[in-house]
Write a protein that binds this ligand. Structure first.
Ligand SMILES: [Mg+2]
Length: 228
């Protein structure tokens, strides 16, 4: 008994997206002649999070988001930039960031010996493939489900319909999703009818969306996966 299939989110669950993003933004802002200070970066992050919330809510397509976020951002600093080209430059820098979250490689390697592991990520295909490969995580997953390739994203039910259809002999009762986002990973898992594990290192409170389990660090998974 117990969970046999584990669906893993990538960013801020196994890979440190924040570290990769910090580095890529610094390089990009320098290229554009904007000092990459804390306040400039925070300004960008706030704007970007707003765009992604609109995307999750279905108000903005991923392509619109990617094509316009840097154009709109640099407008604030009186820089006229080509949106898609600046996005491509940022992407190039971001692709090089593959900092692991603490001992995620070891945990994934251990779990892969007993469980079937899959990646479920909202992201750009080339970026996620490259980061998973460079970090050494890629070989431990049976398959990568990346929203850009699927045309649907977490937390949409359609995203999980595709995942379930493509995993042979999947038993939803024995499947669990692990992720750091309540609005995409946990909500998505609940909509899809599977158990959920919230990666919550800072011990935040789950308000409306209640996960099945919470963990502070990836090694906490061992106990949950052994007992349930
Ligand atoms: Mg995440």
């Amino acid at each position: 008994m117990g969970y046999e299939t584990i669906l893993f989110d990538i960013d801020d669950t196994l890979l440190d997206f924040k570290a990769a993003e910090e580095q890529a933004l610094s390089w990009l802002f320098q290229d554009m002649g904007v000092e990459p200070s804390l306040s400039v970066k925070n300004n960008y992050k706030k704007m970007n999070q707003g765009f992604w919330r609109d995307h999750e809510a279905g108000l903005l397509s991923r392509q619109e988001l990617l094509d316009n976020r840097f154009r709109l951002f640099f407008e604030q600093y009186e820089r006229e930039v080509d949106g898609p080209r600046t996005e491509a430059r940022y992407r190039h820098y971001l692709n090089q960031g593959h900092q692991l979250i603490s001992n995620s490689l070891e945990v994934v390697e251990n779990l892969s010996q007993k469980k079937d592991l899959y990646v479920v990520t909202n992201g750009v295909s080339a970026t996620q493939h490259q980061r998973l490969k460079k970090s050494g995580l890629a070989p431990y997953f049976k398959k990568l489900f990346i929203s850009e390739e699927m045309g649907v994203h977490k937390p949409m039910k359609e995203f999980f319909d595709i995942v379930f259809a493509e995993i042979p002999q999947l038993d939803k009762e024995k499947t669990v999703i692990v992720g750091d986002s309540l609005t995409s990973d946990i909500k998505g898992g609940q909509t899809a009818g599977i158990d959920t594990i919230w990666m919550n290192p800072q011990g935040k409170e789950a308000m409306e969306i209640k996960p099945t389990f919470q963990i502070k660090k990836l090694t906490d998974l061992y106990q949950i996966l052994e007992e349930f």
